[in-house]
Design a protein around this ligand. Structure first.
Ligand SMILES: Cc1cc2nc3c(=O)[nH]c(=O)nc-3n(C[C@H](O)[C@H](O)[C@H](O)COP(=O)(O)O)c2cc1C
Length: 385
């Protein structure tokens, strides 16, 4: 039985977002209200097997994030065979293949959502990845899989950096796919049938075609059709797209019968998003009223604490030299309170945790009464718990 089967339905996971859901962010989310499952940002199979070592950084994770699934993309089955074994060696709980990225540089080369147009290649990739997982579980070494000694050493270094890492158990990890409704038109019925031939543990379906990119609204009717096709197959179906709140989760799960949802952009600047997942599950399981299930809004002081904590984690894992990459997150935290826009502007100038502390101290000094008022507005606990 894979870990997917042991999760309580509906499963609420955090969607992979390149440049956003890196290890420091995912760790912060795990501390603030853990999603049922998280995915790494996507990593190209070539970079896993032969790229410059720093590109392996997207496969850093913290034990607190488990279950954590590595997402890979590419189009060469041979590289998937090798990369799958690297993912196993790194101790991930699952391997996900990206068949949904719409970016021109990815899809036009035949990877990501480009695979929807070449279903045979998609199938060959899944077979190769599965074989890689099986061979690794049967005891094949990374060298035996064809990885160079330097790459094997880099993978071992990554393992060594994880504190409290659990001992590696050579077992088959589950394979999953994240995809879209189609390339330029919706072909979801045919596409899902095709994917099911390879019996993935999970298909996560973003309710848009590649051509739509992120425009328009996610089509949850098409997701419902996919859920119908998948039912009884042993494969799970997650819906994804435009879930902004727990009300959305409850409505989508009720209306479509999906096994779970992935939440992406709603968690930006809100790493506490998943804090209320048990309450939402209770509403669904016991057919309770959603009344009272309001989104949890942290007090300002708490928001700043989490933001600082996130920034410190980022500096520790990625180094101060990379701190610019943290700025967008800092900006996303600054919303929904007076003077948020001016604080946001300040955030785009900070280059270290020390700078950030200074900006926050300054903001607090200039807005003492605002902080006091915010701290008095304690969020009501959900009445049923
Ligand atoms: C900045 C950004 C980066 C993304 N990177 C990935 C990725 O690496 N892998 C992937 O499968 N999807 C990626 N996605 C798509 C999201 O996982 C998700 O499918 C999409 O945002 C829709 O969900 P949402 O409406 O909850 O955000 C990305 C989306 C965004 C906005």
């Amino acid at each position: 039985m894979s870990f997917w089967q042991s999760l309580t339905r509906p499963i609420m996971g955090m969607a992979p977002m390149d440049g956003v859901t890196d290890a420091p962010f995912r760790h912060t989310v795990a501390m603030q209200g853990k999603p049922d499952v998280s995915f790494t940002e996507f990593t190209h199979v070539h970079d896993v097997c032969r790229g410059p070592e720093f590109l392996l950084d997207s496969l850093i994770y913290h034990e607190a994030e488990r279950p954590i699934v590595a997402q890979l993309y590419g189009k060469e089955p041979d590289l998937f065979y090798q990369a799958a074994q690297a993912v196993c060696e790194l101790g991930f709980d699952g391997l996900d293949i990206n068949m949904g990225c719409p970016s021109r540089s990815v899809a036009s080369s035949g990877s990501g959502a480009g695979l929807i147009r070449t279903p045979d290649v998609a199938q060959a990739i899944m077979q190769a990845a599965r074989q890689g997982i099986a061979d690794w579980a049967a005891g094949q070494t990374l060298e035996g899989a064809g990885l160079k000694p330097g790459r094997v050493a880099a993978i071992r270094r990554l393992n060594g950096q994880r504190q409290d890492g659990r001992p590696l158990v050579r077992q088959r990890i589950p394979l999953s796919v994240k995809t879209r409704l189609g390339y330029d038109v919706v072909v979801v019925d045919r596409w899902i049938e095709h994917l099911l031939v390879e019996r993935p543990a999970l298909i996560s379906l973003h309710g848009r075609t590649l051509q739509q990119m992120y425009r328009g609204e996610a089509d949850w009717n098409a997701i419902a059709r996919a859920a119908e096709i998948v039912r009884g197959s042993g494969t799970l179906l997650f819906g994804n797209g435009d879930v902004h709140s727990y009300h959305d989760i409850i409505r989508r799960v009720r209306d479509t019968g999906v096994d779970g949802v992935l939440v992406g952009r709603a968690a930006l600047g809100s790493p506490w998003f998943f804090r209320q997942k048990e309450e939402a599950r209770l509403v669904l399981q016991q057919h309770l009223s959603e009344e009272g299930l309001e989104s949890w809004v942290p007090q300002l002081d708490y928001r700043f604490e989490v933001l600082l904590d996130h920034a410190r984690r980022f500096e520790t894992v990625c180094g101060q030299g990379q701190f610019r990459r943290m700025r967008k997150h800092l900006g996303w935290y600054c919303k929904g309170f007076p003077h948020a826009a001016s604080l946001r502007a300040d955030m785009f100038r900070v280059s270290s945790v020390a700078d950030l502390e200074e900006v926050l101290t300054d903001f607090r000094t200039r807005n003492t009464s605002l902080i006091e008022v915010s701290n008095q507005v304690l969020p009501e606990p959900f009445p049923m718990l």
